[in-house]
Design a protein around this ligand. Structure first.
Ligand code: GRF
Length: 202
């Protein structure tokens, strides 16, 4: 089976992007990373992608007068590169419903919490404030409602008594780097698909 063509959308550091790029270098991995798009020209991840030999594009949201126009520009870039699957990896822009619907079932996101707990930002701080005993990360299909799509994979980590936000974030990030490539592998190999608000195994 032909490997699926994947684009990764980033806004910053790009450590999940690097984890995906490295995993996709394995000979039997069912996807290849063919494009990285950042909405921020200064995103650190751009240099990391270039160092891995992956083509990059900057589509700066500030250059567009509406979300619709920004999303249309991203969509054009994805079409030109014949992208099959989009992975959001620390991409900090809310996409329009129209864009999300167009990519439904073909777009994944990683979120640093055990969804449905702690949607939104500052998840590690919220987990500590809530005195959660466990925390973790989730890979899910993207749907219009934020951080709410059908869950593909989760990994749990303990919250330890002397945890700080930074310590907890580092523990979660480690498992993010494990589950994102594993989840993409499932989708790209055709082993799962989205069915309404569920993920079904094929
Ligand atoms: C990760 O914690 C991811 O779960 C969240 O944003 C962060 C991005 O980190 N969506 P990086 O850019 O992948 O290093």
């Amino acid at each position: 089976m032909a490997r699926k063509r994947v684009a990764i959308l980033i806004s910053g550091r790009g450590s999940n992007m690097v984890a995906l790029i490295k995993a996709a270098k394995a000979k039997n991995y069912p996807a290849e990373i063919v494009l990285v798009i950042s909405n921020r020209p200064e995103a650190k991840g751009l240099e990391l992608a270039q160092a891995e030999g992956i083509p990059t594009a900057v589509i700066d949201h500030k250059a567009f007068s509406s979300r619709e126009e920004f999303d249309a520009a991203i969509d054009r870039e994805l079409k030109t590169a014949k992208i099959d699957i989009v992975c959001l990896a620390g991409f900090m822009r809310v996409l329009t419903d129209c864009f999300v619907e167009r990519w439904r079932g073909r777009m994944l996101n990683i979120h640093p919490s055990l969804l449905p707990a702690f949607k939104g930002t500052d998840t590690h701080r919220h987990a500590l404030l809530a005195k959660a005993e466990t925390h973790g990360a989730t890979v899910h299909f993207v749907v219009p409602e934020l951080d709410s799509g059908p869950i593909v994979m989760q990994a749990e980590v303990p919250v330890l008594p002397d945890d700080t936000e930074e310590k907890l974030a580092a523990r979660v990030l480690k498992v993010e780097h494990r589950i994102y490539p594993a989840a993409l592998k499932l989708l790209a190999s055709g082993k799962i698909r989205i069915d309404g608000d569920r993920v079904v195994a094929i």
